[in-house]
Design a protein around this ligand. Structure first.
Ligand code: ATR
Length: 276
């Protein structure tokens, strides 16, 4: 079978091998996808070894997405804008880098949660790597505005300036950087791209930011409902966690490698922990 894998550190808990095995089974593709623990100071070497031994593609996860960006010989536009790479393809001796995270987020919101982003007021919480990868794919959907709130406001401003430089043509979509204190608008889609949930934390947001029938999306997921989604539920919002995004970014990588789009809903449901 054709060889693929996911490289990270730690990697033990990665669900990517299960996801890709389900995709392969569903589409009748003959491939083998494994997880690889790359040493913290040996990512590039691990990738080169894998490619030389016949590997055709790799996903990259924490903490190597920026190193993967630097390692790639060729970058897609969305990888360039994200400043990070999560999908590598090894083609004719060249390493091609792409980033499917933002596209995965948008597909999960629009197709799976059936919440159109077009015409919506969108708020992104956080201005780190996860937020950066989401901006262009969100703007491509034509929201009426996209604001970014972050603990460190300057980083939100930097991201907006970067996005403005990248967008060419068309009517500009209003974008504003906000500190937590300045955040008092009302939004149809609120996306938590901070890593606060990782520490069991919640950005200091007010319930009033969630518009009627708002979608609250936490990029994190786990067996427990995240603090952000708990708060959003109390505020009356619909919630969704990052499991769908995880499966969608994998499907997008599968599409790059195999030219076939797997069906994702079945896979998301298979991975969703059963409650009760
Ligand atoms: P990632 O790749 O997951 O985005 P990152 O680049 O380190 O990780 O970015 C983490 C983001 O979460 C940042 O926006 C960070 O805010 P700062 O830019 O002010 O550091 C945000 N963040 C992390 N912990 C947080 C917390 N406890 N409360 C609010 N925001 C937090």
């Amino acid at each position: 079978p054709d060889q693929y894998g996911v490289f990270g550190n730690p990697i033990q808990h990665s669900k990517s091998p299960i996801i890709h095995a389900l995709f392969a089974e569903q589409t009748g593709q003959n491939l083998d996808y494994r997880k690889y623990l790359a040493p913290l100071n040996g990512f590039a070497q691990s990738i080169h070894q894998f490619a030389e031994s016949g590997g055709l593609g790799a996903n990259v996860t924490v903490p190597f997405k920026i190193e993967a960006f630097q390692l790639a010989d060729v970058l897609s536009e969305r990888a360039r804008m994200a400043g990070a790479v999560n999908t590598l393809s090894f083609r004719e001796g060249k390493i091609v880098g792409d980033n499917t995270d933002g596209a995965g987020l948008v597909r999960d919101i629009v197709l799976n949660a059936r919440c159109p982003i077009a015409g919506c007021r969108v708020l992104l919480l956080g201005a780190g790597g996860a937020a950066r990868g989401a901006i262009l794919p969100l703007l491509e959907q034509n929201p009426v505005r996209l604001d970014i709130a972050n603990r460190t406001k300057q980083k939100a401003e930097d991201l907006i300036n970067l996005a403005k430089r990248e967008i060419s043509g068309g009517a500009p979509i209003p974008m504003q950087a906000l500190s937590w204190e300045q955040l008092n608008g009302n939004y149809d889609v609120v996306i938590n791209a901070t890593s606060a949930s990782l520490h069991g934390d919640l950005p200091p947001i007010s319930a009033s930011i969630f518009a009627d029938r708002c979608l609250a999306y936490d990029m994190m997921y786990g067996d427990q409902v995240t603090p952000f989604n708990q708060f959003a539920t109390l505020a009356g919002a619909q919630i969704r966690d990052g499991l769908g995004m995880l499966v969608e970014q994998a499907a997008e990588a599968f599409w790059i490698w195999r030219g076939i789009r797997p069906e994702t809903l079945k896979v998301i449901n298979a991975l969703r922990p059963r409650v009760g």
